[in-house]
Structure formats: structure tokens, C-alpha cells
Design a protein around this ligand. Structure first.
Ligand code: ZN
Length: 177
């Protein structure tokens, strides 16, 4: 069983693997800032009682964005953590538009824990988009991203009211036509 020590290990594991990555926003924040925000949201939403879930939140982008595999995660943090991360991982061999379509389709079928990670991820991404949008994104690209996020979140609703409210508040900070 994972403990708070393993959560600390997960943060360092993620910081090392994501070292050279930055967020897409014009401020170019270190990638780890996104992982700490998602994990804080997950912890606040759930009271922090499920350490595996918080570890999975720390590691939620690690298969997609680094060379770490599901088997590596199984070995380092156990099958439950690896399973949650795998549930929120896109198949990168597919074209981007197809991956985005599949996220909407798959979101209603994933576990409640994976839905919580997804809700926190989409909320954190809207916070970033508000604070530091990518320099090369025109307004309609921002709007398309918000609309797509709303569709993914719609498939996750009924899982965690507090987190769903945080997402709705984040959407409300944008002026959408
Ligand atoms: Zn993420």
C-alpha cells in the first residue's frame, strides 16, 4: 500500500521526468506547476484520504509526455496507481483531433477516481489558459478549447460536486461569445 512517503516519491519522480518541459502558456511555467495544481485540486476535492489517487494525480501526464510506461508505474507505485494514470492517458499514436474526440467518448466510461483527475486537469488547464494563454492562440482557438473541455467535463459530471463547481467558475472567467 502506498503511503505519504510514496506521495513524496511521486513528486520527485515526476519533477525529474518532466524537468525540461514547460507549459504552453506565454509565461512558460515549469510543467511541475501543473502537476502540483492538479494534485492540490484532487486532494481538496476528496479530503486527501486516497493516497493512490493523489499519486496518480501527480503522475497523470507522465505516460503521455515522458518515456515512462504503465509497467514502470506498476513497478514503482503499484497497479492501482498505474491503472488510474492509464485511464487518463491518450493514445499518442492517433492524430490530435481523433484523440480529442476519443477523450469525450471515453470520459463517461472511466472510473470515478479517473474522472476526478480529469475534472481537476481540465480545471487547472482553464486556470492556465486564463492566466497565461499560449502566445499563438487566437480567440477562437481559446473558445474551441473551452467548448471541448466542457464536453469532456460533461461526461465526468456527478462525480465530485466541489470540483465540478471549480470548473464552472473557471469557465465563467472567460467572456465567451
Ligand atoms: Zn494534465
Amino acid at each position: 500500500m502506498n503511503t505519504i512517503t510514496d506521495l513524496a516519491r511521486a513528486y520527485h519522480f515526476a519533477a525529474v521526468r518532466h524537468t525540461n518541459q514547460k507549459r504552453k502558456g506565454k509565461a512558460g511555467e515549469p510543467y511541475i506547476n501543473h502537476l502540483t495544481e492538479v494534485t492540490e485540486l484532487v486532494a481538496s476535492a476528496t479530503g486527501g484520504g486516497d493516497i493512490d489517487l493523489m499519486i496518480a494525480a501527480v503522475l497523470h501526464d507522465i505516460i503521455e509526455d515522458t518515456g515512462v510506461t504503465k509497467a514502470d508505474l506498476e513497478h514503482a507505485f503499484g497497479g492501482r496507481v498505474a491503472g488510474f494514470v492509464s485511464e487518463v492517458t491518450d493514445d499518442k499514436s492517433l492524430p490530435k483531433a481523433e484523440r480529442k474526440r476519443l477523450q469525450i467518448e471515453h470520459a463517461s466510461h472511466i472510473s470515478p477516481e479517473a474522472k476526478i483527475i480529469k475534472l481537476a486537469d481540465k480545471t487547472a488547464n482553464l486556470h492556465s489558459l486564463r492566466k497565461s494563454p499560449p502566445a499563438d492562440w487566437p480567440a477562437d482557438q481559446v473558445e474551441d478549447y473551452i467548448t471541448w473541455s466542457q464536453k469532456v467535463v460533461a461526461a465526468c459530471r456527478g462525480t465530485n460536486k466541489w470540483l465540478e463547481q471549480r470548473f464552472d467558475e473557471a469557465v465563467a472567467t472567460f467572456e465567451i461569445r
